[in-house]
Design a protein around this ligand. Structure first.
Ligand code: SF4
Length: 230
């Protein structure tokens, strides 16, 4: 089985979305199929797991090696969060990990890569935190929105939810993407630093109230800014 490029593995508190505040082990894979140039000076806030210049820091690991790291924290009964980069690039290689881990698993994804849920049925128990990219990501629509993939995740993995990063009124875009898909919608303020987050948070708070969306803060950015491994 192909090894997986791993940017970091760490134990922390989930900082955003449906399970915000839950102790979790994070496995961050390296590599993404998007670049999101609209998100700050380096593109996305996990640029070190996307930008090829940081590739030498990624460690190629097999599933047994990843499990060994996760085992260090199992006494805390954590959730497992597989994030990136874009973890679904490696969904075939990651499947034995999904079969093995007994507590809740969340996969943080841009929801652009299809998964065969019949061939890999354990993914039906996974929560897909679908952070579908909006126009503020700077990506082209056809690259960032794959409606068939989004529908398939929502239909097969029923505990999934949407998670949008916003800094302005993007209601029309959110409605267009989520139309006829009955899973929760979370919105979070755009910002890679505490200052940017605080600037955008009041608007996002009001935006959620007005439209009936769930508000999610981003605890790790509020507390640690751009620091890795937290
Ligand atoms: S999809 Fe996510 S990980 Fe990939 S470049 Fe965009 S923000 Fe970064």
């Amino acid at each position: 089985m192909k090894k997986i490029p791993v940017s970091e593995i760490f134990y922390s508190v989930q900082g955003e979305g449906k399970y915000c505040g839950t102790p979790s082990v994070f496995v961050r894979v390296g590599g993404c199929n998007l670049k999101c140039p609209g998100f700050g000076d380096k593109g996305c806030d996990s640029y070190y797991a996307v930008d090829k210049n940081y590739q030498k820091e990624w460690v190629l690991m097999n599933i047994e090696e990843i499990k060994k790291e996760i085992l260090k924290y199992l006494d805390k009964k954590p959730h497992l969060v597989i994030t990136g980069g874009e973890p679904t690039l490696f969904h075939k290689e990651l499947y034995p990990l999904v079969e093995w881990f007994e507590n809740q698993i969340t996969i943080e994804t841009n929801a652009t890569i299809d998964i065969d849920f019949e061939k890999y049925p354990k993914y039906k128990d996974v929560v897909f935190a679908m952070s579908v990219k909006l126009s503020n990501s700077g990506e082209e629509y056809n690259k960032r929105v794959k409606k068939e993939v989004i529908k398939s995740y929502a239909k097969n993995a029923k505990k999934s939810f949407f998670k949008f990063v916003i800094d302005r009124d993007l209601k029309n875009e959110i409605e267009e993407i989520t139309k006829n898909i009955d899973i929760p919608i979370y919105c979070m303020p755009l910002g890679a630093t505490k200052e940017e987050l605080e600037k955008n948070a009041p608007f996002v708070f009001e935006f959620c109230l007005k439209n009936g969306y769930c508000y999610s803060d981003r605890i790790h950015i509020r507390l640690f800014g751009k620091k890795k491994g937290v």
